[in-house]
Design a protein around this ligand. Structure first.
Ligand code: SAM
Ligand code: SF4
Length: 365
């Protein structure tokens, strides 16, 4: 097997968090990869969008994501430092063709150095587009600082317009903070502000059209996300999930939806024009209409593991290389091979599908 100067296998998958037989079977030899700098895979895709998880911790407990008691958080020494994160982002942008960085988590605003990170990434020679996915708690008073630091866009998650439903869904009474975050983002010039919404049957699914009304009236871009099997409790089940078809039907009872000219354009959301436009709504049908063939993402967990897919069952360790004296060239090469091995699809709909060991909050949603 080919190894780097550090003895790290160039096509080995770290099995510690669930490297599976499937990953090993897909361990394509290094020699089969064309000599190109970008994060290409063997199915014709190229990753240009890097999702960076800044922490696995969160101040909400959304029922479809985390248990009420929280999780065993990653030990501090396993988390990448700001300097390590910046080095990896620099490699991704400078050598691997990444043009978009999205900070996420867990709740990324809980990371102390986040503003400094945004500033530093904004100063990279090939400055990437920078966005943030957040639950919005505490964002209202920091939005202007983020905009000044160079943040381009923000996605704020809000599943309901009702304070009580918010409490049921997130187990915290913070709905007003999220509404304020949306307003603060617009005031800071971070428009268009996107809202991410997950609908749960019998809890908030009756709010689909109200959420769209609310968003249109304020100029927010609403995107519904089908609930995915990435909850820590492994309780997801297909029949409970509100499907894209159901969401479309619920919206169509109040609005006329027509496929937008940029219906997908590389993004996961299928876009619809609402009542002739200009308003739009997105539906991310990861489960019922998978878009893996267009996927352009690579993921870095807060503890320095590359995942080539949200649903990958193996990870590639970059933290060990960073701390073991790996050079930028070596790290870039290992990252390229991690992506080259990417499977053609997430396999949620295969009978043999196994949910990844790490939940969404620890991977970075
Ligand atoms: N804490 C931040 C937030 O909630 O926006 C960022 C991380 S969160 C994991 C990112 C997005 O993933 C949120 O919009 C959240 O609603 C969504 N999400 C979490 N668990 C999910 C699941 N099981 N299925 C679909 N979306 C999920
Ligand atoms: Fe926290 Fe986001 Fe998960 Fe909700 S979805 S528990 S806000 S990480």
């Amino acid at each position: 097997m080919t190894t780097t100067a550090l003895g790290i296998p160039l096509f080995g998958v770290r099995g510690g968090r669930g490297g599976s037989a499937a990953d090993q079977r897909d361990g394509l030899p290094h020699s089969s990869r064309p000599d190109r700098p970008g994060l290409i895979d063997s199915h014709g895709r190229q990753a240009i969008d890097l999702r960076v998880s800044l922490t696995d911790k969160c101040n909400l407990r959304c029922t479809y994501c985390m248990p009420a008691e929280g999780l065993d958080w990653l030990p501090g020494q396993e988390l990448l430092t700001d300097a390590e994160l910046l080095r990896l982002i620099g490699i991704a942008v400078g050598r691997l063709g990444v043009t978009e960085i999205r900070f996420t988590g867990g709740e990324p605003l809980l990371r102390k150095g986040i503003l400094g990170l945004v500033q530093s990434v904004g100063r990279l020679p090939q400055r990437p587009e920078m966005s943030l996915t957040t639950n919005g708690i505490g964002f209202a008073r920091r939005a202007a600082a983020f905009a000044a630091a160079g943040l381009d866009r923000v996605n704020i998650s809000m599943d309901t317009l009702q304070r009580d439903t918010f409490k049921t869904l997130t187990r915290r009474d913070r709905h007003a903070d999220v509404v304020a975050a949306l307003e603060g983002a617009v005031a800071a010039g971070l428009a268009p502000v996107k809202i991410n919404t997950v609908l749960l049957r019998g809890i908030n699914d009756h709010e689909a059209a109200d959420l769209l009304d609310f968003s249109i009236a304020r100029g927010y871009h609403l995107r519904f996300i089908e609930q995915m099997p990435l909850d820590a409790g492994h309780e997801w089940n297909r029949t409970a999930m509100v499907t894209a078809d159901e969401i479309q039907a619920a919206l169509s009872a109040r609005f006329t939806l027509t496929p937008h000219p940029l219906a997908r354009a590389g993004a996961p959301a299928e876009l619809f024009t609402v009542d002739g436009g200009p308003a739009t709504v997105g539906i991310i049908a990861s489960v019922t209409r998978p878009f893996c063939g267009d996927c352009d993402r690579t993921r870095l967990t807060a503890d320095g593991q590359i995942r080539n897919c949200l649903f990958a069952r193996g990870e590639t360790d970059l933290r060990g290389m960073l701390r073991g004296g790996g050079t930028d060239d070596e790290i870039a090469d290992v990252w390229r091979m991690a992506m080259w091995r990417k499977l053609p699809g997430h396999g949620i709909n295969d009978p043999s599908f196994l949910q990844p060991d790490r939940p969404m909050s620890a991977i970075g949603g």
